[in-house]
Design a protein around this ligand. Structure first.
Ligand code: GAL
Length: 672
């Protein structure tokens, strides 16, 4: 791993000077300096300009841009520029175009119109990387390399013949012989047995449900193919440049198909793009979850927010703009949760193209605007927070997350379409957020020993080693909670026999003999006053104590919530979809049993997160409510926010960041 360079928090965004006449460039640099911008990503979509015809490179404009930025003191995250191939590639090599499952070709004219398994694309793109890296390896402005852009965003699944051949190669690697593949895919079912590798295809549009393990393996293969592009570009860069290499992940956007856990060690630093759902009044919870998950993928290390938006985007059905203060609140929420840099898409709002209505640091209306003023304020804030860089985030709770479990649980032909991967994750996360408790979202293979509480929402597909690690964790005194439709299958998507929840049965001390999914809109009640919907199951306890049972619905009297003492710890099972108040109560009990405390006491709607570097700690206080809050506080030094003696005053919608005197006691004392 190569370390990031420089000091302080990075601030800036995607800079696409090729969209503008050169006269604009000096004004850009002047405005960047005014705003406190110190890092821009350059050249992401510039392949067609850098290589206008095959093999002929034109670097003059990029030379001038990089020199200008360097003269202005702005550092550069330089793109390998492979994100979208130029039109000449598809013309010369139509076989590089991706195909959908039904055979339809995805044509150039948008972006990312390439088959991820295409050897032609790989070769041409690496040639470009060699040319760009060779030319700019020593450029003094360049502090970081940006591989491609959001790999897999539009072209993750390609079903063309080239992909089919690559898929077969991937399967040969995985299974070695056809017999093992037939076993893994359960091809005794529906006469699917393969007698020759050439008979195997990607799961193209079929008359009915395609083989689930074929689908799962195709998802694994597709993530691996995108990862292979990252690794191939990185290998070229490693031989030519010395700066750290990253690529922007899309954790938390509902982007399902890249297993970033497996990609994390291919980059020197994890960077992520996050776009707030501004139409959702609870959008800041989604932001917090994405940031906590990015930190989990980064193994708790600081990470870089590569893109977010100053205000509206252009790709939601109704692109709600950010209200005054929201840009700052969103940005500092990412920093609170471990980002050491806050970048945006993009520097200057485009005047042409599909993203011309997307907000930017410099809007169409120019710098005399609410957005640019807020950008300048944020620049000053981030400068004041320089000392936070490199610190980590305090979290006593882990939530287990696995892309493969997500893929598995949302395959077709399952007991209920209402069981989705995000549902219980969001529910448990929301309850923790409301309780002021910070969680790391981590892969099940993570070392859990440092956590007081571990939550496993809908961990449908789980490996034996991870189940065993969770058991050891509980035995050693940990508190864990598992929600329904977890532990159901192995890595081949084969049912774990003997009763549900399969892999977790013993740990949880329960055995379910049959699922009883509920009808749309149907609710059930529990004898502790809770209501639930979507899911019930015919559960027997085998060592667990019953905390609540159904009073109505298909299974009156059957346990719904259980707790199993194991060793020095306990494992809870949540067999139904509790509503929000019941989930809040459940999480309060778990947090209490585990001895987890919030970062600092604060009223509802006030987000408090602590970053720590050895003995030094910083408290981020974000007021999402529409009323001012005053928190009694001693021993703090305010880095950004409204100063006030003896208490911390955070006006509605504002943020305060304080350095605490003593790491062992919270500076913020009690709920006022
Ligand atoms: C990202 C992408 C950017 C831009 C942005 C708009 O997905 O990386 O290039 O398209 O979205 O929100």
């Amino acid at each position: 791993m190569r370390r990031w360079q420089g000091d302080g928090i990075y601030f800036g965004g995607d800079y696409n000077p090729e969209q503008w006449p050169e006269q604009t460039w000096s004004e850009d640099v002047e405005l960047m300096r005014r705003a406190g911008v110190n890092l821009v990503s350059v050249g992401i979509f510039s392949w067609a300009l850098l290589e206008p015809t095959p093999g002929r490179f034109e670097f003059g404009w990029l030379d001038r841009v990089l020199d200008l930025l360097h003269d202005g003191g702005i550092q550069v995250d330089l793109a390998t520029a492979t994100a979208s191939p130029p039109p000449w590639l598809a013309r010369a090599h139509p076989e590089t175009l991706p195909r959908r499952a039904d055979g339809a070709i995805l044509w150039p004219g948008g972006r990312q119109a390439y088959c991820p398994s295409s050897p032609v694309f790989r070769e041409r793109s690496l040639e470009l990387v060699r040319a760009v890296a060779g030319r700019y390896a020593e450029h003094p402005a360049v502090v970081m390399w940006h591989v491609s852009n959001e790999l897999g965003c539009h072209n993750v699944h390609c079903y063309c013949d080239v992909s089919a051949e690559a898929f077969r190669g991937w399967l040969r690697e995985r299974y070695g012989d056809l017999g093992r593949l037939n076993d893994a895919w359960g091809t005794a079912f529906w006469s699917q047995r393969y007698g020759d590798w050439a008979e195997i295809n990607p799961p193209r549009t079929a008359p009915t449900f395609a083989n689930p393990t074929q689908q799962l393996d195709f998802l694994r293969f597709s993530s691996d193919e995108q990862r292979a592009q990252l690794r191939a570009e990185r290998e070229v860069l490693r031989t030519l440049v010395r700066q750290p290499v990253t690529t922007n992940f899309m954790i938390g956007l509902g982007v399902k198909h890249m297993d970033y856990h497996s990609w994390a060690h291919d980059v020197d630093l994890v960077s992520n793009d996050h776009y707030l759902n501004a139409a959702d009044p609870q959008g800041h919870l989604g932001l917090a979850l994405a940031a906590d998950h990015t930190r989990g993928v980064a193994d708790g290390e600081p990470w870089l927010l590569m893109e977010h938006s100053t205000s509206a985007v252009n790709w939601q059905p109704r692109n709600v703009a950010k209200l005054p203060g929201q840009l700052r609140r969103n940005s500092l929420a990412h920093v609170a949760r471990g980002a050491d840099g806050v970048l945006f898409f993009q520097w200057r709002a485009s005047r042409a193209g599909a993203e011309k209505f997307h907000s930017a640091l410099v809007p169409h209306a120019g710098p005399d605007t609410k957005v640019f003023r807020e950008v300048c304020r944020l620049g000053a804030d981030l400068k004041a927070l320089a000392e936070v860089r490199g610190s980590r985030v305090d979290a006593d709770v882990a939530i287990l997350f696995d892309w493969e479990a997500w893929w598995g649980v949302e395959l077709d032909s399952h007991p209920s379409v209402d069981v989705t991967y995000a549902d219980r994750l969001n529910a448990l996360y929301g309850a923790l957020w409301r309780a002021g408790v910070t969680a790391d979202i981590v892969h099940p293979s993570t070392d859990l020993s440092g956590y007081r509480l571990v939550l496993a929402p809908t961990l449908y597909l789980v490996r034996d080693a991870d189940v065993e690690a969770l058991r050891r964790y509980v035995e050693g005194g940990g508190i864990a909670a598992v929600t329904y439709f977890s532990g159901i299958v192995d890595a081949n998507d084969h049912i774990r026999l003997g009763g549900y929840p399969g892999a977790f049965r013993e740990l949880l001390g329960v055995r379910t003999e049959e699922f009883f999914p509920l009808r749309e809109g149907e609710q059930v009640r529990l004898d502790d006053g809770s209501t639930a919907d979507v899911w019930t199951e015919w559960l027997h306890t085998e060592g667990a104590e019953v905390l609540a049972s159904y009073t109505d619905g298909p299974l009156p009297g059957v346990p719904a919530l259980t707790r199993h003492p194991v060793g020095d710890g306990a494992a809870w099972y949540v067999g139904t979809r509790l509503d929000e108040p019941a989930t809040d109560r459940l999480v309060a009990r778990l947090v209490d049993e585990a001895g987890v405390r919030p970062a600092a006491p604060a009223p509802t709607g006030v987000e408090v997160v602590r970053r720590r570097d050895g003995e030094r700690t910083w408290l981020f206080v974000l007021n999402h409510t529409d009323a001012e809050v005053r928190l009694p506080a001693t021993g703090v030094e305010l880095l950004t926010g409204t100063p006030c003696a003896g208490e911390l005053t955070v006006p509605a919608g504002e943020v305060a960041v304080v350095r605490e005197d003593r790491a062992d006691t919270s500076a913020v004392k009690e709920v006022p």
